[in-house]
Design a binder for this molecule. Structure first.
Ligand SMILES: Nc1ncnc2c1ncn2[C@@H]1O[C@H](COP(=O)(O)OP(=O)(O)O)[C@@H](O)[C@H]1O
Ligand SMILES: [Mg+2]
Length: 329
């Protein structure tokens, strides 16, 4: 996506992220209107065909030993929409994200993005084709500065082995353009003052903003957000919501996993429900939320457990060990 489009989006981001009467204005944006009109005629059934799907997956299956974590028969995501993927812990949502974006390999299945098959395509190439997922800032990423995280985002890499990603010759010729783009995005997400801080020193909400900003470095057409609100201070939720809506205004497609039903109701155009690896329901947010059976059986108060102090320390130690190892190579 060209940089000039991002200038527009920054303004839209500001408009939707704060100020009076934003809720009304945001609910009437052209992009939301388009998405809702396109989805209005879609039958609310699992696997429903969409008028203009950017992503289509068939028979995607992932087993871990005896457990079938993902078994998605058919799914279509409407271009330019914000689609929520909901379901209880262990439903297979994160695994499905990993499969689609090339971070994990399925046992079976095919899927295409913009009409091109992505099965077997490695994650960094998936990102460069325009589909990117966010990652929690853990391990090595917390030990890098905000700017280093952004530059790494331009490679479409998750973070491990980042030094080898940063230094190939191709990178150097690109570095200036990437730095400029990173600065633009950091300003848009109000993280420009944090540029040289270690990512690990930031608040939960700021980390989420960085995760999103970092994913945008590849200029994606579709952004997949895994629990963008987890661990975020309520004061920052409106700002985050505004940024997600701004992605749609920019013409991007958003697929996000979230447990916070208020957020799902507020920003999604369409909801897909997963349970035990399968898609069990689909529909407009209000219909899905009104479906007591769906809510009770599948959604009641489940949350991904946040990292404990000990887990966080272990991840930082692992990241440090990795840094030391890479310094020697
Ligand atoms: N690498 C793995 N090895 C073994 N089991 C896994 C692995 N990743 C996920 N699982 C299992 O697959 C199921 C789906 O997990 P996940 O995709 O994380 O669910 P969700 O994101 O919906 O909470 C869970 O039962 C989980 O324990
Ligand atoms: Mg998950």
């Amino acid at each position: 996506m060209p940089a000039d489009q991002h200038a527009t989006s920054a303004e839209v981001g500001e408009t939707t992220a704060g100020g009076a009467a934003t809720a009304d204005r945001a609910s009437l944006t052209p992009a939301k209107d388009r998405a809702l009109k396109a989805l209005a005629g879609v039958e609310p059934v699992p696997g429903a065909p969409k008028p203009d799907p950017i992503l289509v997956a068939d028979g995607v299956t992932r087993r871990f030993g005896g457990l079938t974590a993902v078994e998605v028969a058919h799914i279509e995501v409407q271009r330019g929409s914000i689609t929520a993927l909901i379901g209880p812990n262990g439903a297979g949502k994160s695994t499905f994200f990993n499969l689609l974006t090339g971070f994990d390999r399925p046992d079976d299945g095919t899927w295409s993005f913009n009409g091109q098959s992505l099965a077997g395509v490695p994650s960094h190439k998936v990102a460069r084709r325009g589909m990117v997922r966010t990652f929690q800032l853990t391990k090595a990423l917390s030990r890098m500065t905000v700017m280093q995280n952004m530059l790494l985002g331009a490679t479409g890499q998750k973070g491990e082995g980042f030094l080898s990603a940063i230094f190939p010759p191709l990178w150097r010729s690109q570095e200036k353009a990437n730095t400029e783009r990173a600065e633009e995005l950091l300003a848009r997400f109000k993280l420009d003052k944090k540029r040289d801080d270690f990512a690990g020193t930031m608040s939960g909400g700021q980390r989420k903003l960085l995760e999103m900003a970092r994913a945008l470095m590849v200029g994606p057409e579709m952004v997949m957000l895994d629990e963008p609100m987890a661990g975020v201070n309520p004061a920052l939720t409106q700002s985050l919501l505004g940024h997600v809506k701004a992605l749609r205004e920019d013409g991007m497609t958003v697929l996000f996993v979230e447990h916070d039903m208020d957020m799902v109701r507020d920003i999604s155009d369409w909801v897909i429900v997963m349970a035990q690896g399968k898609v069990i329901a689909e529909g407009p947010p209000h219909d899905i939320m009104a479906n007591e059976a769906v809510i009770d059986a599948y959604l009641g108060g489940h949350h991904d457990a946040p990292l404990t102090e000990a887990e966080e320390q272990a991840q930082i130690a692992a990241g440090e060990a990795e840094l030391r190892r890479e310094d020697h190579t």
